[in-house]
Ligand binder design. Sequence first.
Ligand SMILES: *Cc1c(COP(=O)(O)O)cnc(C)c1O
Length: 364
Amino acid sequence: MVKVYLDDPNVGELEKKYLCECIDSGYVSSVGPNIGTFENRFAEYLGVKRAVSTQSGTSALHLALYELGIGPGDEVIVPVLTFIATVNPIMYVGARPVFVDVDPETWTIDPDEIEKYITPRTKAIIPVHLYGNPCDMDRIMDISRRYGIPVIEDATESLGATYKERFTGTFGVMGVFSFNGNKIITTGGGGMVVTDDEKKANHIKFLANQARDTSRGYYHPEIGFNYRMTNLEASLGLAQFERFPQFLEMKRRFAQIYTEGLRNNLNVEFQGSYPGAESSYWLFSIKLKGDKSVQEVQKLLAEKGIPTRRIFMPIVEFPMYQQYREGEYKNAYDIYKRGLNLPASTLNTEKGIEYVVKTLNEVL
Ligand SMILES: *Cc1c(COP(=O)(O)O)cnc(C)c1O
């Protein structure tokens, strides 16, 4: 039986080589040349002026919100269907998360819903390109301009995805990426804030480094954070980023195999895309339509050696966010109830994905 991987990291010889070179250099911590090189290559690839590395996607989001000066009394609009790390940083800065429902086809934040929830206190909108699928950025940026509310893109799942030929993460005033182990590339743990605003980039870099004014030694003119990526992690990042075009191609090829193989299955609905959007397919995702529950299908697939993952639970289900429930969130709940992430790790082979398709067609 062919082994199938859900979202496992793909690290090998190149990572070993760069990591060993890094260890040999002695620069294993927060000083070293790999950090700047990784940031520059990342910015160049996306076509943005600056990329600032961080310890995680979560800390990148925290810094982005902090940089906008968002705090107590402010509201931040987020989709109710996302990973918890999109929302917690809003609490770190003491602001209020305002949850909106997602579009039933694309599973990403519904622009019509955003407008309904805007108040004079709304200080940012965080669209999430869920599972690599770009949001309706034309409409979101139009809202942003009309109301004068900045957008921070949560592009942690969508490195390489494009909307009208422009990379996700480059539309808003800032975009945020993650290099957690299950993302398309990994540094073991890490993140990036990207922006065209040099001043913001410089200040974020400074904040992430204990707000240290290095020209005056250990002098700290404001409260900072220790959110730095290390040179060791950046060496992994450089290796992974070299292999990234191949990873992206594989994710898209797997999506093609799923789409073709499951197209005629009446019990399967795909996560749809907006016109002009090209998903990175970080995790290929479907909605089940038959009488079998998601749990039943997961169990049957697991018996055949196929790991799957449920869709994120709507955030207002969690105890600390229940009080912020403001709507029914019908679409998010429906997707949660019937949705499934399928194996998409770049450790898989086309044969492995074909096996998933065949098994899924048998099970459903
Ligand atoms: C992974 C992820 C994050 C946070 O990234 P970490 O690097 O794990 O901190 C934030 N938002 C979403 C939607 C994610 O999937």
